[in-house]
Design a protein around this ligand. Sequence first.
Ligand code: 5CA
Ligand code: ZN
Length: 428
Amino acid sequence: MRAWQEPSIPQLPGRAPLPKIFDTASGQLEELEAEKEASLYVCGITPYDATHMGHAATYLAFDLLNRAWRDAGVPVRFAQNVTDVDDPLLERAQATGVDWQELAQDQIDLFRTDMEALQVIPPNHYVSVVDSVPQVAQAVEKLLEAGLAYRVPFVDAQGQQQPDGDIYFDLDAANALGAQSEQGWQLGQVAHYSLEEMLEISAQRGGDPQRQGKKNPLDPLLWRVERDGEPAWESPVGRGRPGWHIECSVISQTYLGAPFSVQGGGSDLIFPHHDLGASHSFALSGQPMARHYMHTGMVGLDGEKMSKSLGNLVLVSNLRKAGVEPVAIRLAILANHYADDWFWEDALLEQAQQRLELYRSALAAAAGEPDEASLALLEQVRQLLAQNLNSPAALEAVDAWAQGVLEGGGSGGQLVKDLLLARLGLAL
Ligand code: 5CA
Ligand code: ZN
């Protein structure tokens, strides 16, 4: 699928250190390996409520990582899915009386426009789940044959029990398989949640621990047999559609191999999506899914998580329509640390606008070759971003530089302009 236009990224003099990021699986800061090519997968949108500030913050965080790798001289292969067939999208389409495909298409277009406006580096592989159904079905067939998946009979609309039921992943069998190798998958290896927490969270995030006939209540759905009125595709495992986690396992493995460098998304994906996605990936390839798992904090509004179901969305497109410069939105988001939970408020935008004015005045005043202060800023911003992508501290360093220029003069404005564009995606 088409992604969006690549932003301009100037080359900076010298080289940044490889970044350290907080790895959810290891529970500590990890320095990323010096690879010939880094590989990044970031879970994409379910196209029905895009693009709110939470989405934008998550994609900006991984964009900072992408830029950190590049500035360290490591090229990046980046893949992202679009969950363009799933329950929340179908439910939204039904509730609003629109065709689910049209809803998805409109939302994907809107997302592309927002990402482009926010100067987010596009994925090299932007992959629709609908387009990936044959690969997913093939993977499900492989898991059935390996004894790692099983069918649960379902009762149809007429009350008949259908023998060819939905296909579930067998977590206990996968755990036993994983135990045979040091690198093998184990339940909870990404999330480290207790069983009670996993059961509770799974029910809130697309799982169905209550469903009768499953071997383990946490076993996730791999393939849903066709129901009346729901989209379905012909496949070797029967007519139906993919479950959720398997889509990201199959798409990441297809485009990035295994293990790839970093699996990413918001902290709402730690469990079940990334923990159980890793189980599917290991079962399919015998390799860990990823070397590292990085998660962004949740962005909320007025004390609640931002989500369509709560109706408290601040959309990038609405701010843009109201005349807010995209660079101000980007700056407002980057004033928060990616790993923190935080709340959107209009004051953030006002502060960002003041910062923009400060930066613009200082850049205009700092004509000429780089001086000591601008070269020191380059070094400082690189160091701060290498420490778990500390964008708030990096912006404070730029503030101090800009104040210094306005108060005492300075040069190297072009270098700082390039620095802001290359590392923070701020086009000034
Ligand atoms: N399609 C799945 C991933 S395969 C999905 O979670 N889609 S989503 O549209 O709900 O979210 C898209 C991305 O934004 C995910 O990485 C998710 O973790 C992140 N996200 C969603 N809501 C928020 C929020 N309030 N704050 C921060 N990130 C969020
Ligand atoms: Zn995903």
